[in-house]
Write a protein of this length. Structure first.
Length: 51
């Protein structure tokens, strides 16, 4: 009976392969906020001409 349960669950089958380790998750990319974008624009904008 116990062997039948193991076979039904799949514990006795050699087809099951245990994964050695999970795939590493990709690192999250840094997000840019609207404030970072505004600071970047103001830093690199050309100097204003004085009249």
């Amino acid at each position: 009976m116990e062997q039948e349960i193991r076979n039904a669950v799949g514990l006795g089958s050699p087809e099951l392969v245990i994964e050695s380790k999970p795939k590493p998750e990709p690192e999250p990319k840094p997000t840019v906020t609207i404030y970072d974008f505004g600071a970047l624009l103001s830093k690199h904008e050309p100097p204003k001409k004085q009249k």
